[in-house]
Write a protein that binds this ligand. Structure first.
Ligand code: 3PG
Ligand code: MG
Length: 463
């Protein structure tokens, strides 16, 4: 697809014009309003500078979290359904989703520009603020999802957004699979609508993976949700040289292959698809040969501890220091002592136990396949185990380190999904040791599946 990007307009076309740019500032914000990982914010800086340097008045818009869903859940839990039904959602219930802390972080990151913030995203108050802007100024609007029109792709809300500016830019790959007003309905109403520099970069790398992958091509896939990944797997399997499976989803693959997986959760909805894939590509799909296992109750205990820890401090991607095993679980005695609640199992897993990470031999096998794939391509989506808990992080840590080694040896490496960036940080691998880190989770998987991306398609439509 031919994409119209920022450089398709003359530099002078931006001078003194208002540009409305959709970004994805959906980042984790802790209780103390501290921002966790700001990768998504930093990735928009090239487009921000491109436009401000050319004299544009730049209006940024984003969503943060899912305020409506969260508020509805809170109303349900606190039995305030009646109040909800009569008066709609109380803004106080959702103000934890304000983008104000993001405006502060942005102004710290680009100190030479004037960044201001307005507590709404449409209407006369916003227009007044825009009227005050000088060339090169930046205005961040409040969370788009405080208006129900955003997610409904409502025409009137779209019109209000479009009335704010002369030129539209989408620099939010990670929401481009959503048909929302700021991504689709509003964008349609502009004559001039362009892709930002980060969107362009995402599409270049991910199109290479989807359409013309560098060979040999290894895909490492983990995490729990098979449903979200099946489209991408279906599309990529014919082009892949090896698919290395880990994480919770590996147990459904193993089970479908006739291996006993104990109490590990099995996704029966996709069981048949997996069986077919295993028989169609027996030499491509590589499954774990050993596992770190524990009991359901011990896992639950550790998860509760981990959640408490998160609640105490800021939420984010900082390393958690508790419970960590040494960086490599290379001493089986550490994990196989009979008194321990955690052990290393080769092959079948018995009843009462479930797999929570790939085992030592699997780590060695996967790591050497990844790190020796020089001049090829390695794409990694999803952790190898319950990596939020230090005890079950060894597989994920080692995959992250092998990805870095592959990169240094000349391989193209791409990681996708919010969790995977978090995993990379926990393994103390820098994002600079990866060819490309996608800002997208769901969007990356949808794109790789070949699904429709309304936010990208709309840029090339003339209405
Ligand atoms: C994400 O974090 O995946 C994007 O910001 C999209 O958010 P959403 O899944 O709530 O639409
Ligand atoms: Mg998402």
């Amino acid at each position: 697809m031919l994409l119209r990007t920022l450089s398709n307009l003359d530099d002078l076309a931006y001078y003194g014009k208002t540009v409305l740019m959709r970004v994805d500032f959906n980042v984790t914000i802790g209780k103390d309003n501290e921002i966790g990982e700001d990768y998504r914010i930093r990735m928009t800086i090239p487009s921000i500078e491109y436009l401000t340097k050319r004299g544009a008045k730049l209006i940024l818009m984003s969503h943060l979290g899912r305020p409506k869903k969260t508020a509805e859940m809170e109303y349900k839990q606190t039995n305030k359904i009646q109040q909800y039904a009569t008066s709609g959602i109380d803004i106080n219930a959702i103000k934890q989703f304000s983008l104000l802390p993001v405006a502060k972080r942005l102004s710290e990151l680009i100190q030479m520009y004037n960044v201001s913030f307005i507590d709404d995203c449409i209407g006369p108050k916003v227009q007044k603020e825009i009227d005050k802007m000088d060339r090169g100024d930046i205005l961040l609007l409040e969370n788009l999802r405080f208006h129900s029109g955003e997610e409904l792709n409502d025409y009137n809300f779209s019109k209000e957004l479009a009335s704010l500016a002369d030129i539209y830019v989408n620099d939010a790959f990670s929401v481009s699979h959503r048909k929302h007003a700021s991504i689709y309905g509003g964008a349609r109403l502009f004559d001039k609508k362009l892709a930002g520099l980060n969107l362009k970069k995402e599409l270049e790398y991910l199109s290479m993976v989807k359409d013309d992958p560098v060979k040999p091509f290894i895909l490492v896939v983990g995490g729990s949700k098979i449903k979200d990944k099946i489209g991408a797997l279906e599309n990529l399997l014919p082009k892949i040289d090896k698919l290395l499976v880990g994480g919770a989803m590996a147990y459904t693959f193993l089970n479908a292959n006739g291996v006993r997986t104990g109490d590990s959760p099995i996704d029966y909805d996709h069981f048949q698809w997996i069986k077919n894939a295993l028989s169609k590509y027996p030499d491509k799909i590589v499954l774990p040969i050993d596992h770190i296992v524990t009991s359901q109750s011990f896992l639950k205990l550790k998860q509760e501890e981990s959640n408490e820890k998160k609640d105490e401090g800021k939420k984010g991607n900082e390393n958690s220091t508790f419970d960590s095993l040494p960086s490599s679980v290379s001493s089986p005695s550490l994990v196989s002592s009979p008194s321990s609640s955690v052990s290393l199992k080769k092959g079948a897993i018995e009843e009462g136990l479930l797999g929570v990470d790939i085992g030592i031999e699997t780590v060695q096998q996967y790591s050497s396949m990844i790190s020796q794939n020089s001049n090829g391509l390695v794409v990694w989506i999803g952790p190898m185990g319950v990596f939020e808990i230090g005890l079950f992080r060894n597989g994920t840590n080692n995959i992250a380190k092998s990805m870095a080694l592959a990169f240094w040896r000349g391989s193209k490496t791409i990681i996708g999904g919010g969790d995977t960036l978090d995993a990379l940080k926990k393994a103390q691998v820098s994002e600079l040791e990866v060819t490309h880190v996608s800002t997208g989770g769901g969007a990356t998987l949808k794109f790789l599946a070949g699904d429709e991306m309304p936010g990208i398609e709309v840029l090339n439509k003339n209405h």
